[in-house]
Ligand binder design. Sequence first.
Ligand SMILES: *[C@@H]1O[C@H](CO)[C@@H](O)[C@H](O)[C@H]1NC(C)=O
Ligand SMILES: *[C@@H]1O[C@H](CO)[C@@H](O)[C@H](O)[C@H]1NC(C)=O
Length: 356
Amino acid sequence: MSTSLRFLAAVLILFLVSQHATGQPIMRIPLKTKTLWSTDDVALTNDNDNTYFGQIMVGTPGQPFNVLFDTGSFDLWVPSLKWPKPRSKKYNSSKSSTFKRDGRKVEIRYGAGSLKGFISNETVEVGGLRIKQQPFIEATEAPGRRIYERPWDGIFGLSGLSKSSITGTRPIWRAMMEQGVVKKKVFSIWLRRYGDSGKEGGEIVFGGTDPAHFTGAHTYVAAEGPHNMFKISSFFVGKIDTKVCSKGCNAIVDSGSTYIRGPSDLIEKINKQIGVAADCSNYDKLTEVISFTIAAKTFTLTPRDYMEKRNGKCKSVFAASTTDLWQLGTPFIRAFHTVWDHQTPGTVKLGFAKSK
Ligand SMILES: *[C@@H]1O[C@H](CO)[C@@H](O)[C@H](O)[C@H]1NC(C)=O
Ligand SMILES: *[C@@H]1O[C@H](CO)[C@@H](O)[C@H](O)[C@H]1NC(C)=O
């Protein structure tokens, strides 16, 4: 055998072994992205950022929906036939052989608005992985309308323990782990960095990580509770330790948020310090970096990570929260590829590595 053939054979064996070892190849779901900035709806002028979504199938045969994969909420919902938004995809239970009626009425509040609907059970398919008897919400209305204006059809909640604290049903990621549709109890999210061109918005991987999208090793931190909360142990503006997290700040990674939210007094100081001019006049001059320490490792956000520039307007992604909880949204995930690792029973670890 020539050297290259021998090499090929070795690679093939390795490939077959790894396929066998994991049983199930990892499932990569490409995420599309759409900018909400240039909408004429006045209520949306704050949502000047990219939103990310990917496709799932509900029912048998599968009815396709674009969903936001949201690590900040528990439940799965798609629009029902009653959903009033025109041109929206709507789930028709009469077309599905796997539909099971439940009918309990539910209501959910999100940062971006609230939602009403009822529970049904269905087979849900995510990138070829089939989850059976999954309770989900057939949404009937979204009071306040803001959800109607989104470019996606529904939300795929990825948080929660054995039961959603909103609907009392088992969240779909828990079902995926319990039904063994993923062999490795890990999922990970990569979002394309802000300002990079191309249609590819990112990727969510069920069952592992995609080495194409991070550099170095992940730093892991223990997380707990239904939202996978963890500690930030210091918070720097430039070289100055603000000391606000010296006793530990609670944080979550929220892929459903386009902001980095924190306590309002500190956010106000940060925004004053970084000094983003709304007309972008100082865009190229900004240098201040913002750093967090998580599990003894420093994670630094540069102006490129925390600034948004669209249509000649600039703003910072730092926004005030009504609580003490830090919510690290899509600007954080764009900078740091994030892993949710549930492999050790009873515990969850979050891992962060530089995104690429
Ligand atoms: C729902 O599906 C049933 C069965 O295919 C069909 O008869 C009905 O017209 C559909 N409803 C709507 C609103 O599309
Ligand atoms: C819906 O699914 C859940 C969990 O898989 C199951 O416990 C429940 O009995 C199902 N409900 C119906 C109406 O089939």
